[in-house]
Design a protein around this ligand. Structure first.
Ligand SMILES: O=c1[nH]c(=O)n([C@H]2C[C@H](O)[C@@H](COP(=O)(O)O)O2)cc1CO
Length: 133
């Protein structure tokens, strides 16, 4: 399966290490199109330019089978990607920590999205492995 992993970049990199671990778990059995989201040395201003990033990411969103998003760290880009994925009929899974954020009603209230709550990193990785491994 081709998976588009979405996580905050310019919205803040506090959870980047967590993204890295989720991507590693997904990669055991699937192709992750957006591996760079979990790159701990990723610059928030990428050299390739915003237009190229937008064109590449929207192409990957059209190409993927499923979108997996970690939404604890609020990100405009991730919100946009989720709406874009929905508009293209993609299956969308959202993970977040309720103790650290109040998920936007625009996500929490959308019954087409699969919403998964977790408290600790190991719960998140166990849920990801149970669904995709
Ligand atoms: O350099 C980038 N590369 C990139 O692929 N993105 C995409 C993938 C992420 O899931 C999402 C993050 O958006 P934001 O940067 O607004 O937090 O946007 C976003 C940026 C920077 O906005």
């Amino acid at each position: 399966m081709k998976i588009y992993f979405a996580g905050s970049i310019r919205g803040g990199r506090q959870d980047a290490e967590l993204y890295h671990k989720v991507i590693a778990a997904l990669k055991e059995n699937h192709q992750v199109l957006t591996e760079h989201v979990g790159d701990l040395s990723l610059s928030v201003v990428e050299d390739k330019g915003d237009k190229a990033i937008y064109e590449q990411d929207t192409a990957w969103l059209r190409e993927c089978d499923v979108v997996v998003a970690e939404c604890t760290q609020v990100s405009l880009g991730v919100g946009y990607e989720l709406a874009y994925a929905e508009a293209h009929g993609k299956e969308v899974h959202i993970f977040y920590r309720p103790q650290d954020t109040q998920l936007s009603a625009m996500l929490a209230g959308n019954e087409r999205f699969h919403i998964h709550r977790y408290a600790k990193e190991e719960d998140l990785l166990a849920q990801v492995k149970a669904i995709w491994n």
